[in-house]
Design a protein around this ligand. Structure first.
Ligand SMILES: NC(=O)c1ccc[n+]([C@@H]2O[C@H](COP(=O)([O-])OP(=O)(O)OC[C@H]3O[C@@H](n4cnc5c(N)ncnc54)[C@H](OP(=O)(O)O)[C@@H]3O)[C@@H](O)[C@H]2O)c1
Length: 335
């Protein structure tokens, strides 16, 4: 698989990563597919998808434990990204950016991941009660201590961005400017896909101008862009899509034209003798947004992981990219 070198700490990874979140969190059936998920992580490494993206919050904790089972056997083949700063409380998810907590959380992540170093340690969300420089300083100390190789920042959550009334990523860029004064940012993680393109306006250029890598979260539109979901499909209450405005039957029907467009491009490439899927076109589109971009599609099935890794070999033409750019914008808000 093509490799991409990103960030101040020159992170060298396969062009398509693996989002491990759906294996234990946020999607229907997440908790019942342990063995299948393990096979999926192994399949990713087998195919060169070396970047494994997890977080202590996913599960909580079980996602890191799962990734740790693979790292125990194949640490040298993997690039592990995990996150700190969000805790699952009784009622709500809460932020904690206190330095002492960050230090303890890192040690706990290292234990669960069965490794002595985390390749990319990301601040999941800044704590409104703690200056972000303070949290970032504690994370930088972990680099000095050899527990972490590089630091990343996840974009401000969509809901809080909307509350501020500014453009989606303005708050994230402000945070980035602040933490850069303390210690270099190697990567930013934010949503980017054919149906969520807000990061293209300012965040992606900000990263490109500073040699900061960009991890594209939700590059398959939470599965919608793969064309395998049908309008009216019911989601279990623990599935994030049960409450997502774009996943009502009405919005899924209204947005089908996007999938139709991806399928059209896929069919054109498929004519060359191989099968190309809408998911692969969606990922190839993300890859085409910059050499510093690495999509982290989430999947818990080996079959999807293999298919998604295959997108690294798909080169979209200028005509394909223009066709995707001309697709109707998504209906329904992003959160
Ligand atoms: N930093 C942050 O705040 C943040 C927020 C959200 C996500 N993330 C990261 O981004 C990663 C990706 O986001 P995501 O998983 O929510 O969304 P996604 O990658 O857009 O979509 C994941 C969904 O697509 C399905 N899927 C994957 N490949 C497929 C294929 N080839 N054909 C059909 N269906 C396919 C998966 O199914 P199965 O589950 O059945 O395999 C899963 O339901 C996460 O895993 C996480 O690491 C980060």
């Amino acid at each position: 698989m093509e490799r991409r070198t990103i960030g101040a700490a020159t992170l060298d990874v396969g062009a398509i990563g693996l989002g491990c979140m759906p294996m234990n969190w946020a999607y229907t059936g997440s908790r019942q597919r342990g063995e299948e998920s393990l096979r999926a992580v192994h399949a990713a490494l087998d195919r060169g998808s070396t970047l494994l993206d997890t977080a202590d919050m996913y599960g909580p904790f079980t996602n890191e434990l799962l990734v740790g089972r693979v790292l125990k056997e194949r640490r040298s083949e993997a690039f592990v990204s995990t996150k700190v700063g969000l805790l699952v409380g009784e009622q709500h998810i809460v932020a904690n950016g206190r330095p002492g907590y960050v230090r303890r959380a890192c040690d706990a992540s290292l234990r669960r991941l069965q490794t002595d170093v985390i390749d990319l340690y990301q601040l999941h969300r800044a704590d409104p009660e703690v200056p972000v420089e303070e949290t970032w300083g504690a994370m930088a100390d972990l680099v000095s201590a050899g527990k972490v190789r590089s630091l990343g920042l996840c974009a401000v959550g969509a809901r809080s961005a909307r509350r501020s009334g500014a453009r989606l990523h303005d708050g994230t860029i402000r945070q980035l400017e602040r933490v850069q004064q303390v210690f270099p940012v190697s990567a930013v993680e934010a949503e980017l896909s054919v149906w969520s393109t807000e990061a293209l306006d300012a965040l992606l250029p900000w990263c490109a101008a500073r040699g900061v890598g960009f991890l594209a979260a939700m590059p398959l539109g939470n599965g919608f862009l793969t064309g395998t979901l049908t309008p009216g499909e019911g989601f279990e209450p623990d599935d994030l899509r049960a409450r997502h405005p774009r996943f009502t039957a009405e919005m899924m029907a209204a947005n089908q034209s996007i999938v139709v467009g991806l399928r059209r491009v896929a069919r054109r490439h498929g004519l060359l003798g191989n099968t190309v899927t809408p998911a692969q076109v969606a990922l190839a589109w993300v890859l085409a947004q910059g050499r510093h971009v690495v999509p982290v599609p989430g999947a818990k099935r080996e079959r999807w992981v293999t298919e998604n890794a295959g997108a690294a070999g798909l080169r979209l033409t200028a005509e394909d990219l223009a066709e995707v750019a001309a697709l109707p914008g998504a209906q329904g808000s992003w959160d």
